[in-house]
Design a protein around this ligand. Structure first.
Ligand code: F0G
Length: 482
């Protein structure tokens, strides 16, 4: 909502778009939901869309597209080499980020593969404000290690601190001194830090990180996948930036970065990805890998239609009234839940609303995956599909022991411009009911546990028959209603 004030009070987020194409949703009965979650092994990744009412699994590739994006897709220029569509995208990247060289890739992790293969060597150390699953995996695949140097406040679940995604600059200096600058392949800053609740870093922090990188001649790489949310927070929370336009803030961030990469499944509301830089030597090094893994340099694994949509999507990201939609809906949801005592990550970040499962289900031990249990329980009582972001998303150590995660979160992603306020209110209602009945929810144990990325395909069973009890309580309270 830009500066809209509700005259009679009760301000709520206001949609700055209208809906012209809709997709019908199903809200299946709780009996079917019980079957469905059992079939899925209590893993929300394995649910079928037909059984899901609100899909809050992710914002990746499922943001609403605009009429202008759809229109642009109709005039894509398809060719293996030299397509006009590529030139348009390259020009848009140069216009927005001020970078001369653009390398396309099919999605964010493909960029991470290319960057890691090009720069990470055996023994390399990569400082990050925080890791993302795929960014870390690619560093390790190439023999490097990741050092997370988020500020202490970043891991504080309930906080008022506006920039929990900031990097600890003193720790960065200490790390470089400890290992020697030649061991640091690059420093990675992640906008809208995903795994700690979509938390932003400030422009000031980025400047400080940049200065350290320059002093030691180390490359600074920006993961801009969640840039849109971070831009909104810099504009609204960083006093000195409040009079800057979104374009100016974007350019300031880009000027501090040697390389920028992004998942266009998030940034630009389409499907694809890319890397940009002004450094010709870097560009040439990456170019070989793009053609090897992604495709020729003028499509890089993307469909030209998606590339057209990204051109328009990036342009629309420079519009404050577009990028504020996600954060404002999330803030509404977080504040409503907080008001009713439900433990949530604060301050509200981007990407989604994050529920603190460790506190919500404080009676469920971490070894029985509270965030996974909460994801399963919420689906059962509402048809809302969230994503476990806790110990199930970690991997066992080399001795087969569990690696308990710092936080046990249930992420309820808010795909941009997809849900209406009444749908968000429905989710809030069911979460509140579940919170009141939380003692009925028990833990989970693995019955099928793949050795890598177990959160995608693993299956779990309930540690007791708690789901039957939860269904019985639901029926007692809701009768025959859904
Ligand atoms: N970086 C960040 C910060 C991300 O959030 C993601 C994806 C990636 C890189 C990888 O991009 O999926 O296009 O390969 N995040 C998705 C999510 C998967 O659901 O949060 P990708």
């Amino acid at each position: 909502m830009s500066n809209v004030k509700f005259y009679y009070g009760g301000n709520v987020p206001l949609e700055m778009h209208k809906v012209r194409i809709v997709q019908k949703l199903n809200l299946v009965s709780i009996e079917r939901r019980l079957e469905a979650i059992k079939e899925a092994g209590n893993n929300t990744f394995l649910l079928k869309n037909r059984d899901v009412f609100m899909d809050m699994l992710t914002d990746s590739g499922v943001n609403a597209m605009s009429d202008k994006q759809l229109a642009a897709m109709m005039e894509a220029d398809d060719s293996y080499a030299g397509s006009e569509t590529f030139t348009k995208l390259e020009n848009k990247i140069t216009e927005i980020f001020g970078k001369k060289y653009f390398l396309p890739a099919h999605q964010g992790r493909a960029c991470e593969n290319i960057l890691s293969q090009a720069f990470v060597k055996q023994g390399s150390v990569i400082p990050m404000n925080y890791h993302f699953t795929t960014s870390k995996a690619h560093v390790y695949l190439n023999g490097g290690t990741v050092e997370e140097i988020i500020i202490d406040e970043g891991l504080n679940i309930t906080s008022e601190y506006p920039f929990k995604g900031n990097m600890n600059v003193e720790k960065l200096k200490a790390l470089i001194t400890k290992h020697g600058a030649e061991k640091i392949a690059f420093v990675r800053l992640e906008a809208g830090t995903n795994l700690i609740g979509g938390q932003p870093f400030s422009l000031q922090n980025m400047k400080e990180v940049h200065t350290v990188c320059k002093d030691f001649d180390i490359m600074l790489i920006l993961d801009a996948s969640l840039l849109a949310d971070n831009l909104h927070f810099i504009k609204t929370r960083e006093e000195v930036c409040k009079n800057m336009s979104i374009r100016e803030i974007t350019r300031a961030m880009a000027d501090l970065s040697d390389v920028i990469y992004f998942s266009a499944r998030k940034l630009g509301c389409a499907r694809g990805g890319g890397i940009c830089t002004n450094d010709k030597a870097v560009y040439l090094k990456l170019r070989e890998l793009v053609t090897l893994y992604e495709g020729f340099l003028t499509y890089g694994g993307m469909s030209v239609r998606e590339m057209e949509a990204i051109v328009v999507g990036l342009d629309e990201t420079m519009d404050e009234n577009m990028i504020n939609q996600g954060p404002q809906f999330i803030e509404y949801m977080v504040n409503e839940l907080k008001k009713h005592g439900v433990p949530v990550v604060t301050p509200a970040g981007g990407l989604g609303c994050h529920i603190n499962a460790m506190e919500f289900l404080s009676h469920v031990p971490q070894s029985q995956y509270p965030a996974g249990a909460l994801a399963s329980a919420l689906y059962l009582v509402s048809g809302v599909r969230g994503m476990e972001r806790g110990t199930v998303s970690e991997q066992r150590d080399e001795n087969g022991n569990e690696t308990f995660s710092n936080m046990e979160l249930l992420r309820l992603a808010m795909p941009r411009r997809v849900f209406t306020l009444s749908q968000v209110n429905y989710a809030i209602d069911r979460i509140r009911w579940l919170y009141e009945n939380r003692k009925l929810v028990g833990g989970l144990t693995f019955v099928e546990e793949p050795p890598i990325l177990r959160f995608f395909f693993g299956k779990l069973a309930t540690a007791s028959d708690w789901q039957t009890e939860l269904v019985a309580k639901f029926k007692a309270d809701f009768g025959d209603n859904l």
